[in-house]
Design a protein around this ligand. Structure first.
Ligand code: PEP
Ligand code: MG
Length: 624
């Protein structure tokens, strides 16, 4: 699709923007977190969460207490979301702050001891409405009362003021109902082709619904560089900037934006000069892609002849053609969460078998590492909640709760179905099975027991599965797993180091949280030491070890990872040629010497500087 010429501006309704006063279209620059490279130019398209569907209108008198508690929880959650948004406005220029902050303050006030909240409580108690139905009827009544003040001789300005107030009430109602119903599916059906999607927040399940061929770029107000939404957007190859405070509230219908997913900048209404520069950058990016494409058939071998396995991560089946074109030799991490997202039931064995088989077949004999379901953390999956597999109210801290293998061992029927499907699909090509979020040796043993039990059952049933079961490996993605890697290496057949979670858990930084994004540093010496420890434990056992976190996709880190002994990397498909280019330009000895010097450092900033200086002091970097 052509990302060069912006399609004509669309006059759609934008999130929150109907509330702000009209203003001339001036150029405005925003800074966020660069998460997916590429330049996009297009009209902005704002999206709020989907309109929530209210399925329960009435309640029993005995449910009044529970309904009131649901309402109070939704009010508290809404206030928290708004307070967070308010705090993040501080990074905006002063004029933008003065425009947006009062609006958010008004929302927060309405969720305090207001007529609105009193009215909703009353409707629950007196007319036995469900909390969401009470919110809707109360807010509609307030909005009607506001508009009833519109006398025929009212000035246009006063009428606009009334409309604004009514809109504000509607906006609060939408937020409350969304939080009450935990509305699962977001529709992007109305997204005009070539537009830039702007949202306050985008969940991984939402990102999975995007069609990259129709979309120029994505910008959100929240989110961090290695959260799952970011991972998903990189996988889709859509230029994206996350964590851009204030944009959704600053933009107007018809605004055009330039998004630079490499620098993290977003420019609203660029001047003619800026637009020309952006078009030039876009053409340069396309040329760079073509240059990298030429590396596809060349081997990933260092100057001194050491081979490195370069594989791709897959989050969505739409990536398959990209993976095949990238020159990746197999899939090093197939995240199976996509199969469970945006649906109301858990996929059965036949459905899963078919999906895995299609992917394995598409790789034409190259290996595919299939990771079993990693539910938890930010990867909320509605089907599991609806099926009662996981509690409706998530753990206090989902990242530390029933995540990954912990849930699968607690609900073995989920694991059994998935393992059965993987085993059946493994007749189509080489497969490995990967367990997420392992922290103890007993988890690996328990999972292996399930694995062998499933294999026996399939054989009894007459299903064809490989005589020798595919290898069963584990993710090393917590400090606990990394530090007990030597013991885990006795139980597992291979390691895949997940530096995304490893960084988050080591540094106690939420990977999808924009407020602490600057603290999320996979090059922190503590993280590097854990990578080194786990890698060496595997190498001592002559056990395969790879890195499949986002650091694998960063060419500037490749020499360091090679120097630490890593010889297998799995990454988003578009990064494969860039990493290959670095591999082909370095010698292993220089990488090992470099890694030794880096590992003596205790200061992340110095490590960053050393990493950036590698080409200058340690080895000549060749041009593609
Ligand atoms: C990781 O944690 O590094 C990883 C690869 O797994 P995910 O990003 O799916 O959590
Ligand atoms: Mg992980």
């Amino acid at each position: 699709m052509n990302r060069i010429d912006p399609p004509p501006p669309q006059h759609q309704r934008l999130a929150g923007t109907a509330l702000a006063a009209p203003q001339a279209r001036t150029e405005q620059l925003f800074q966020g977190i660069a998460v997916s490279a590429g330049v996009a130019i297009g009209p902005v398209f704002g999206t709020t969460e989907p309109e929530a569907v209210i399925t329960r209108q009435k309640i029993q008198a005995s449910d009044i207490g529970a309904e009131r508690s649901r309402l109070e929880a939704a009010i508290a959650q809404s206030r928290k979301q708004l307070a967070k948004l308010r705090a993040r406005l501080a990074v905006l220029p002063e004029e933008s702050q003065t425009e947006i902050a009062p609006l958010i303050d008004a929302y927060i006030r309405m969720l305090g001891p207001s007529r609105l909240v009193r009215g909703v409580r009353q409707r629950i108690e007196e007319t036995l409405l469900s909390a969401e139905a009470a919110v809707m009827s109360e807010t509609e009544a307030i909005a009607e009362a506001i508009m009833a003040q519109a006398e025929p001789d009212l000035s246009a300005e006063d009428l606009a003021g009334l409309r604004r107030r009514a809109d504000e009430i509607g906006e609060i109602a939408r937020r409350l109902v969304r939080n009450l119903t935990r509305s699962p599916f977001r529709s992007f059906a109305g997204l005009p082709e070539g537009s830039i999607l702007v949202a306050e927040n985008l969940r991984p399940a939402d990102a999975a619904l995007l069609d990259p061929s129709r979309l120029a770029g994505v910008v959100t107000e929240e989110g961090g560089s290695d959260g799952h939404t970011a991972v998903m957007l990189r996988a889709l190859g859509v230029p994206a900037v996350l964590g851009v405070a204030g944009l959704a509230h600053a933009m107007r219908p018809g605004d055009v934006a330039v998004v630079d997913g490499s620098t993290g900048t977003v420019m609203l209404n660029p001047s003619a000069t800026m637009m020309t520069a952006a078009k030039r950058a876009l053409t340069a990016f396309a040329r760079e892609r073509q240059r990298y494409a030429r590396l596809r058939r060349l081997p990933a071998v260092t100057q001194d002849g050491v081979s490195v396995e370069l594989q791709a991560n897959l989050e969505l089946p739409v990536e398959l053609p990209l993976i095949v074109q990238s020159g990746a030799v197999g899939i090093g991490l197939l995240r199976t969460e996509f199969l469970f997202m945006n649906r109301e039931t858990i996929p059965d064995e036949a459905t899963q078998t078919e999906s895995y088989r299609t992917i394995v077949e598409a790789m034409h004999g190259d290996p595919v590492t299939i990771r079993v379901l990693d539910w938890g953390g930010e990867k909320e999956i509605e089907a599991l909640t609806l099926a009662g597999v996981v509690p409706e109210i998530a753990d206090t801290n989902p990242a530390l709760g029933l995540r990954g293998i912990r849930l699968l061992l607690r609900r073995p029927e989920l694991l059994e179905t998935q393992l059965a499907a993987i085993l059946r699909a493994s007749m189509a090509g080489p497969v490995r099975v990967l367990l997420p979020m392992v922290t103890t040796v007993s988890e690996v043993r328990a999972a292996r027991e399930v694995y062998e039990r499933v294999a026996r059952r399939l054989r009894r049933r007459g299903d064809r599965i490989p005589e020798k079961l595919p290898p069963l490996g584990i993710m090393i993605e917590t400090p606990g797993a990394a530090l007990s890697a030597d013991a885990l290496a006795l139980e597992a057949d291979f390691f895949a180091i997940g530096t995304n979670d490893l960084t988050a858990y080591t540094l106690a930084v939420d990977r999808g949280e924009s407020d602490v994004a600057d603290l999320y540093d996979p090059m922190h010496p503590a993280v590097l030491r854990l990578i080194q420890f786990a890698t060496e434990a595997a190498l001592r056992m002559r056990m395969p070890v790879s890195i499949c976190g986002e650091v694998a996709a960063a060419p500037r880190l490749t020499p360091l990872l090679l120097g630490l002994g890593v010889r297998s990397l799995s990454m988003n498909a578009s990064a494969v040629p860039k990493v290959k280019q670095v591999i082909r330009s370095v010698g292993i000895d220089a990488c090992v010497r470099f890694a030794r010097r880096v590992m003596e450092q205790g200061d992340s900033e110095k490590i960053q500087a050393m990493v950036d200086g590698f080409g200058r002091t340690d080895s000549p970097a060749a041009a593609p």
